[in-house]
Design a protein. Structure first.
Lengths: 82, 535
């Protein structure tokens, strides 16, 4: 079963949720291009009610990195991360 | 026979002059390291010595096969110091495409970085070509030597003295050979001479008057000719070039701020993405003096958003195909200027010294206000396509301007209109070429590969989705195949670079036809969420 972050990423990249692993990322899979990276950042802001800075946009380039960022983000409840 | 030393200039001249004046000044900041003019010059001359066997071997073309690294930049300068043309190759392209470019360019030497060396070995394995391979980083040579290649590795380079006496480069010698998308399914080479590129650099030196205090972006891939502007306009003025990593382009404000850049040059898509993520806060980039955009149409909304974030900078929309050397039209954007109907900033006027005509299908000039194809002539016009006289004749044409005066023009294939003010507006392509995130794509090349490698009976590619009048990707339609579309995506990705690979290939029983019995591209694109095609 897929978790919430997998669903958000899968929705933007138009890939099956089960194919979204922590190690896929910007430039590592053809669907995760520059256009989709920005769309993904916006989708995550909306889904989790947070604001991502310019630094975050440059640093959150894998599902794993996004997952740990959400784990640290204030206001994101533990149950919402997955 | 010895050719007399040439007193004239070539593409390398500006860099070498500044390196002599200010060897300790920074020339390049890439991947966290700063390289001075003196160091970069020394590396270039060492590579030139290795390429030419200490000046005893004449070399005309040198491939540069590297990611954005010091090796790529030193390799480019090394080729020029060897009196050769540089041929940018990309490790990001599929091996088969690299092989096609190598087969066509036939470089006598190739400079390669560590990360790209295995790919180069794979590409050369399928060819008879045996260039000398220069691998400046340690730990690379052995594997290449084992493949039977003539390699100069890091150990050997350590004992090579910088080439003091550089082989001459003449005005009409090729300075670089760039490959662009070709309609027949094979990339085509565009040859640009030293005279072509110096004509543009001289105009740019006057327009921007950069100094050693300037800090300039280097956003364009080296397979893109706009990178030649990034490097040689800055180096000719003694300024420093800052190379972003691909992810940095998604947060351009951060990159400009971090490095205190004074000149930014990119495709407009970078702005569109920054606007989408609300990054362009008023006054966010106070250091910028110049903001230049080229490679695709610049929406007025993007120009305004960027200007607000960089209030002290002059925003310019530049236009030009590779065949006319980097760019050939310029327009300084001003907020409040007359808006084009299509919301796209004007491409302005030809650079000083260039001529332009707007013509009909029979190459007859049309009156101002009427759309037609743009033809351009002047010193920036390429001698033609590499070893392809037929294509050269098709696109580089003699046009009689009076009974006694004939000029050689390049047919851009771009539809424009010249307004009463003398400014030109870009309307779109006259053929099936599109730009995807700034990259030039012949839809015919994708179609040719689907027919050839995918065994399709018919194939049509369209730009989709379309945002702000630009294609953000490609979708293809095919008939006569029994395999699923996903399989065809995999097939074309073996030959085409990522930006040309369709996001989807849709298999149809038959193609929709228009009233003239031709395949109806618009009807096909309408199947994709009612989006209009860019074609």
């Amino acid at each position: 079963m897929s978790d919430r972050l997998q669903d958000v990423v899968a929705g933007v990249l138009r890939l099956p949720p089960e194919s979204i692993t922590d190690d896929i990322g910007f430039g590592l899979t053809p669907e995760w291009d520059s256009l989709n990276h920005i769309s993904l950042m916006l989708a995550i802001e909306e889904a989790y009610g947070i604001t991502l800075s310019d630094d975050d946009v440059v640093e959150l380039t894998t599902v794993g990195a996004i997952r740990s960022h959400l784990g640290r983000a204030p206001g994101v409840a533990a149950g919402e991360q997955a | 026979m010895t050719l007399d030393a040439v007193a004239g200039r070539s593409l390398r001249t500006g860099f070498l002059a500044r390196a002599a004046e200010q060897p300790d000044a920074p020339a390049l900041v890439v991947a966290g390291s700063t390289v001075t003019y003196g160091t970069l010059e020394r590396q270039a001359r060492v590579l030139a010595a290795a390429i030419t066997a200490d000046g005893t071997r004449g070399v005309e073309r040198v491939g540069v096969f590297a990611y954005r690294s010091v090796v790529a930049y030193a390799g480019t300068l090394g080729a020029l110091c060897a009196g050769a043309a540089f041929v940018p190759l990309s490790p990001k392209f599929p091996v088969e495409r690299t092989r096609q470019m190598l087969r066509s360019a036939a470089p006598e030497a190739i400079v390669v970085d560590k990360a790209s060396a295995p790919l180069l070995a794979e590409a050369l394995a399928g060819l008879e070509l045996r260039p000398r391979v220069i691998a400046p980083e340690p730990g690379v040579a052995a594997a290449l030597v084992a493949q039977g290649l003539d390699v100069v590795g890091a150990d050997e380079l350590a004992g090579v003295a910088p080439l003091a006496e550089l082989p001459p480069a003449l005005d009409d010698d090729v300075a670089y050979l760039l490959f662009t998308s070709g309609t027949t399914g094979v990339p085509k080479g565009v040859a640009i001479t030293h005279a072509n590129v110096l004509a543009l650099l001289d105009v740019a030196a006057q327009r921007y008057a950069l100094t050693p205090a300037d800090r300039c972006s280097q956003t364009f891939d080296q397979t893109f000719d706009l990178s030649v502007f990034d490097l040689f306009v800055a180096w000719g003025a003694g300024a420093c070039v800052y190379v972003p990593q691909p992810i940095d382009l998604l947060a351009p404000v951060r990159f400009v701020q971090k490095n205190g850049l004074t000149l930014w040059f990119s495709v407009p898509s970078v702005v569109a993405l920054a606007v989408k993520k609300s990054m362009l806060h008023p006054g966010a980039m106070p250091t910028l003096r110049y903001s230049l955009f080229c490679g695709e149409p610049l929406p007025e909304a993007s120009a305004r958003a960027w200007q607000t974030a960089a209030p002290a900078s002059r925003v310019e929309n530049l236009y030009g195909p590779t065949e006319l050397t980097i760019y050939c039209f310029e327009h300084v954007w001003r907020d409040g200027e007359a808006t084009q109907e299509n919301g796209i900033v004007s491409i302005g006027r030809p650079l000083p010294g260039l001529g332009a005509l707007v013509v009909d299908d029979d190459l007859r000039p049309v009156p101002d206000g009427e759309p037609g194809e743009l033809l351009v002539c002047g010193p920036q016009t390429s001698p033609g396509y590499w070893r392809d006289a037929t294509k050269t004749r098709e696109r580089f044409v003699d046009v009689p301007l009076s009974p006694t005066r004939v000029k050689r023009f390049y047919r851009t294939g771009d539809r424009v209109v010249r307004g009463a003010s003398g400014d030109y507006t870009y309307l779109g392509r006259a053929d099936n070429q599109i730009k995807v995130l700034g990259f030039r794509v012949e839809l015919g090349e994708i179609e040719a590969v689907l027919l050839r490698d995918g065994n399709a009976v018919q194939a049509i590619a369209v730009g989709w989705p379309v945002e702000d009048g630009r294609a953000a990707g490609i979708v293809a339609f095919v008939t006569g195949v029994t395999v699923p579309g996903e399989e065809l995506v995999r097939v074309v990705s073996r030959t085409l670079p990522t930006y040309m690979v369709p996001s989807r290939v849709i298999v149809l029983d038959e193609m929709p036809l228009n009233a003239n019995g031709k395949i109806d591209r618009r009807a096909l694109a309408a199947q994709l969420d009612d989006a209009a095609p860019v074609a």
